[in-house]
Design a protein around this ligand. Structure first.
Ligand SMILES: [Zn+2]
Length: 520
């Protein structure tokens, strides 16, 4: 046996990548990278608008012009007909060699390119125009608490969205709603969601009933008082940095609604918001966005779609993993309570804090719901949008159905449509198929937490000592680094954990936690 150490020999043994082999693929990647850099630049404009930009109408008008110029260049570059030719030739070239990443790049690019080219231009224009019109209709309807103002817009949103989905479908055998779901949760069909959600519903309805009937309720005193905003900001920053948010490659700012945005894995921004009379909403938001950001910071940096998040559900699983399975846990509060007490000159015990942040309270508003009630808010919305799209529910019947489902699922009487079916912005944006990803994310987070505990039997002790590095590295290994290489959440989890999405971990987590906390 000879030792090969000359560089040419080493290169000869290394399999060629498609980029080295195929001129078409090289051109394709160059074009896709340009599009991706432009999209990142557009994200900077957006972030600036939402966080720093002066609020005058003239300023936002100018920013609107910049964004629309950017959008048209991105559209032009991403629909260039050469892309189709390059994909075709690259597929031929790929047959000559083994390159799994290139194969995934081609699959994802082709899917996007082919589907977009199937939608007629007038329908694309209609969608954008309808979104702003329907948004205004929704705001007016909600302000005046009149569903009938929004109803015609919503009807149009459903119809337009269905036309788009039908145009995009590979075949008429694919259900319209499944095509819509695929944009947010790739490869997830509604028959599968029915299965998963029905298990969750059956377990949670009686559990919530038991918890709410319990005589033993944790005190929420620790949440309320007067908390200096600057100190809250400092504490939140300290905590998210310790969890693993990398401030050399990111920043934390303040905005009206907390969110995360990425300009590349090298620059990921998160925002928080604070109120003086209650500190937990601020911290929960920061830890949640920190989870999203850790995902973004640990994706590959090719700028290609393979190195973007798999789906909305997977993204949400990362924020919820940190927010709930770390941030709402007992060991977390053993670690964080002394930091809180020192900052605010308080004397709470970790048990006080654990009880207060986990207290259950019913709300007819989804965004105010806690982790126990939230899933049923999603189940309700999913059922309604699915039934409208499948033609078994009429748009004008939505308020009646909404209120009946709130009663049967959560035992809540909805006081008005503004606080009922008009509370969410999503439908006015034609985002049908988005809601289910929140609950898919919750289930995925619980399943990941289960397997993480299995990997590190001493995980609780690690959290109690503030040692999060290994947990983050495990998530990178199991989730982050794979980007969009899998075809679905189920396929990803099955390959990485040995089991596709299984709601039993989420149900067990909630049942054990709340039965203990509420002694029921
Ligand atoms: Zn989120």
């Amino acid at each position: 046996m000879t030792t090969m150490n000359s560089s040419t020999e080493t290169a000869a043994t290394k399999p060629k990548t498609l980029e080295e082999y195929s001129e078409s693929y090289k051109n394709l990647v160059k074009q896709l990278s340009t599009v991706s850099q432009l999209e990142r630049a557009a994200a900077v404009l957006n972030y600036d608008e939402m966080v720093f930009m002066p609020g005058s109408p003239e300023t936002s008008q100018q920013r609107g012009l910049q964004k629309s110029a950017m959008a048209s260049v991105i559209h032009e570059k991403s629909t260039d007909l050469k892309i189709g030719d390059w994909i075709d030739q690259s597929e031929v070239d790929l047959k000559e060699l083994e390159d799994r990443d290139a194969s995934a790049v081609l699959r994802l690019t082709k899917k996007g390119f082919v589907k977009n080219s199937r939608v007629p231009a007038d329908l694309v224009a209609k969608e954008a125009e309808l979104q702003s019109r329907a948004y205004m209709g929704w705001v007016k309807a909600r302000t005046e608490d009149k569903y009938e103002i929004f109803e015609p817009f919503l009807q149009e949103c459903f119809e337009t969205s269905m036309q788009i989905a039908n145009a995009k479908r590979d075949s008429e055998d694919i259900a319209t709603y499944d095509e819509m779901l695929d944009q947010f949760e790739v490869g997830m069909a509604s028959t599968r969601i029915d299965e998963l959600f029905s298990e969750v519903r059956q377990a949670l309805v009686p559990l919530i009933e038991k918890v709410l009937a319990s005589e033993s309720k944790p005190s929420t005193d620790a949440l309320h008082g007067t908390f200096d905003l600057e100190k809250q900001k400092e504490l939140n920053e300290d905590i998210v940095k310790q969890l693993g948010f990398d401030t050399n490659h990111g920043r934390i700012d303040v905005s009206v609604h907390p969110f995360t945005t990425s300009f590349s894995p090298m620059d990921v921004r998160i925002t928080s918001r604070f109120r003086e009379d209650e500190w937990y909403q601020g911290l929960a938001g920061s830890v949640h966005e920190c989870g999203h950001a850790i995902y973004e910071q640990n994706l590959g940096n090719s700028g290609l779609k393979i190195d973007s998040a798999l789906s909305m559900g997977m993204h949400e699983s990362q924020s919820l993993f940190w927010e709930r399975h770390v941030g709402l846990s007992k060991p977390f509060w053993k670690w964080a309570t002394p930091q809180f007490n020192a900052k605010f000159d308080a004397e709470y015990t970790s048990e006080d804090m654990y009880g207060a942040v986990n207290a259950v309270s019913q709300s007819f508003i989804r965004v105010e719901a806690d982790e126990l009630n939230y899933p049923l808010h999603v189940v309700l919305r999913y059922g309604i949008e699915r039934d409208v799209i499948e033609g078994t529910l009429e748009v004008k019947e939505i308020p009646k159905r909404w209120n009946a489902d709130m009663k049967s699922l959560l035992n809540i009487d909805v006081p008005s449509d503004a606080k009922g079916c008009l509370q969410d912005v999503h439908w006015s944006g034609l985002a049908f198929g988005y809601f289910p990803t929140y609950l898919l994310g919750s289930m995925t987070a619980a399943q990941l937490a289960h397997y993480c505990h299995q990997e590190f039997p001493e995980m609780d002790e690690m959290i109690e000592k503030g040692e999060f590095k290994e947990i983050k590295a495990w998530l990178t290994e199991k989730v982050h680094k794979h980007g969009s290489r899998y075809n679905s959440l189920d396929e990803h989890l099955e390959d990485q954990l040995g089991e596709k999405l299984n709601p039993k971990y989420f149900i067990a987590y909630l049942t054990e936690k709340y039965s203990e906390l509420y002694k029921c």
